[in-house]
Design a protein around this ligand. Structure first.
Ligand code: PGA
Length: 262
């Protein structure tokens, strides 16, 4: 069974209400022109402060799903500054990005905490987008595959096969994020193939064949066609190039069969 591609825009700490509205106006306008039956799953991840704005604009637009950039795995209570899954579900949030290298590096998030988040997200009926990726140093030392195996194994601890096959992984080499230096598509394909083998070893080939694995790191309209042509790459998690409607629409088109895009 073919895996449906995903194009996910990670807005990071960008876009106030007005900017979110302008961007979503452009995206919803552009998406109306596209053939729904051939479209990837389109996901946008605004900052929490713009969630309501975007939720309100897409509540009648089934072609776009909402994601959050973070969540706290606890149900409620004294967690100043945090947001729960119940709060996200209230805004019809379907996906939550976890394990992003920016959160691992700047906010000291551990593999164990990421695993707790993944379990809570799945228990709440949402889908985690679990990020993994190596530093330049790790790549140069030749320990990329080992490092990714460790990140994935720890993130998926105690999660059932049923839940894993519904989850999404995003392979994001840290040296490619926000640098303009995208990982070579063939190499990204190879690495994602290795991640799929880890899932096959932990679960089964069937689960590995079903889970969707995205590439992230300086994805642009000029790189997406080659990336999407790779059999292991099921879509993109996109930062910078998701902040302009035209380029985000071009990325969506890049994940559609060429004959279906006018
Ligand atoms: P980028 O970010 O596309 O700006 O490199 C990707 C990400 O961090 O998810």
């Amino acid at each position: 069974m073919a895996r449906r591609p995903i194009i996910a825009g990670n807005w990071k700490m960008n876009n106030n209400k007005a900017a979110a509205k302008e961007l979503m106006d452009g995206i919803t306008r552009g998406i109306k022109e596209l053939d729904a039956s051939n479209m990837p799953e389109v996901v946008v991840a605004p900052a929490f402060t713009a969630l309501w704005q975007v939720y309100d604009m897409i509540k009648n637009e089934p072609k776009i799903a909402l994601a959050a950039q973070n969540v706290n795995p606890n149900p409620q209570g004294a967690y100043t500054g945090e947001v729960s899954l119940e709060m996200l579900a209230d805004f019809n949030v379907k996906f939550v990005i976890i394990g992003h290298s920016e959160r691992r590096q700047m906010f000291n998030e551990t593999d164990e905490f990421i695993n707790q988040k993944a379990i809570a997200i799945l228990n709440a009926g949402l889908t985690p987008i679990i990020c993994c990726g190596e530093t330049l140093e790790q790549r140069e030392q030749g320990i990329t595959d080992k490092h990714l195996e460790s990140q994935i194994t720890k993130a998926l601890k105690d999660i059932s096969a049923n839940d894993v096959e519904k989850s999404v992984i995003a392979y994001e080499p840290i040296w490619a994020i926000g640098t303009g230096k995208s990982c070579d598509a063939i190499e990204a394909n190879r690495t994602i193939g290795e991640i799929r083998k880890v899932v096959a070893r932990l679960y089964s080939q069937d689960v590995a064949d079903k889970i969707r694995i995205l590439y992230g790191g300086s994805v642009k309209p000029s790189t997406i066609i080659e990336q999407m042509a790779q059999p292991e790459i099921d879509g993109g998690l996109i930062g910078g190039a998701s902040l302009k409607a035209d380029s985000f629409i071009d990325l969506i088109k890049g994940a559609m069969p060429l004959s279906t895009v006018r």
